[in-house]
Ligand binder design. Structure first.
Ligand code: ASN
Length: 296
């Protein structure tokens, strides 16, 4: 484990949390056990095999896969901007060990903005990325040089591609083709997936993932669904167990969910791109690689 990578990671965490704080976000502590966690399906590029359920005091809870439902809850309670450094457990298929992108335990900077639409959220994310990279370039210059990292600071707005267009152009292998063809981060939008991402009446999904050159996706987010009937319909068609989401559905039924948009930035993926190292396991001293034994 290179010390420079951990120095960069430490700096990145400081920069990102500072950026959020200065932009009016309230820092919330994470939960590791959830009644309502992200089901992570349907997702065209997902590979989570199962969720880990445990019984605690007679109640069935799940190791948190993402805090999306908790974020929607907090927004419904009147908070306008929130973020969490959230540890997530996702039991990925062992084949994902070789992508360089997957750990079965990782941390995301997960945030949500009340009343924001897709464009406003993407703008805020672009400024967070560009702003922190500018500082990293300067303040971490020695560490970046020692690692031979050559990332460049991009300019906003980032280029945007539609998921279906990429699929048409490159086929199933589109992610690999895309990251090999770009020099700066790009957006992939309009991806058919989770019940909580907003799909409008024309079938357009108002969600967005951020891809970086060479490595792939580092951030995923969307404008949120808050309408009761649509949430129920989406959960039913995905085969999601609605009893796990009773609080969310109760709020939606009472018209108390508010429109919002947000995203989660994978910390290990972001640092790995900055440090320019082959695998996300290289930035975590205690890596949890799909299919591989844990040492500590
Ligand atoms: N955190 C992501 C979001 O806000 C969800 C995820 O990690 N699946 O959209």
């Amino acid at each position: 484990m290179r010390k420079e990578i951990l120095q960069i990671q430490s700096y990145v965490l400081n920069r990102l949390t500072n950026f959020m704080y200065k932009n009016g976000f309230i820092w919330i502590l994470p939960v590791i056990l959830s009644k309502s966690t992200d089901p992570l399906y349907p997702d065209p590029s997902g590979s989570v095999q199962k969720s880990l359920d445990v019984e605690v005091y007679g109640q069935k809870l799940t190791l948190t896969q993402s805090m999306i439902v908790q974020k929607q809850y907090l927004i419904s309670q009147g908070l306008d901007r929130i973020f969490i450094l959230s540890p997530n457990i996702r039991i990925e298929k062992p084949e994902r060990a070789s992508t360089g992108n997957h750990l079965f335990e990782f941390t995301q900077l997960d945030f949500e903005i009340a009343n924001a639409n897709e464009n406003e959220a993407r703008k805020m994310i672009e400024s967070m990325i560009v702003n922190s990279l500018r500082y990293i370039r300067i303040d971490m210059n020695l560490e970046l040089k020692a690692l031979g990292s050559s990332f460049r600071v991009p300019k906003a707005p980032f280029k945007t591609y539609r998921y279906m267009d990429l699929l048409d152009k490159y086929g199933e292998n589109w992610e690999k083709e895309l990251v090999e063809s770009i020099k700066d981060p790009v957006w992939v939008i309009d991806i058919p997936r989770y019940f909580y991402d907003m799909e409008d009446e024309y079938g357009v999904w108002h969600n967005y993932d951020l891809y970086v050159p060479k490595y792939g996706e580092i951030l995923s987010g969307g404008q949120r669904e808050y309408r009761y009937e649509i949430l129920v319909k989406k959960m039913d068609s995905a085969g999601v167990d609605k009893s796990k989401y009773s609080k969310l559905l109760e709020l939606a039924k009472d018209n108390r969910l508010r429109p919002s948009a947000g995203a989660g930035l994978g910390i290990e993926r972001f640092v790995r791109w900055i440090a320019d190292v082959p695998h996300v396991k290289d930035v975590q001293p205690f890596p949890r690689v799909p299919g591989e034994p844990v040492e500590l």
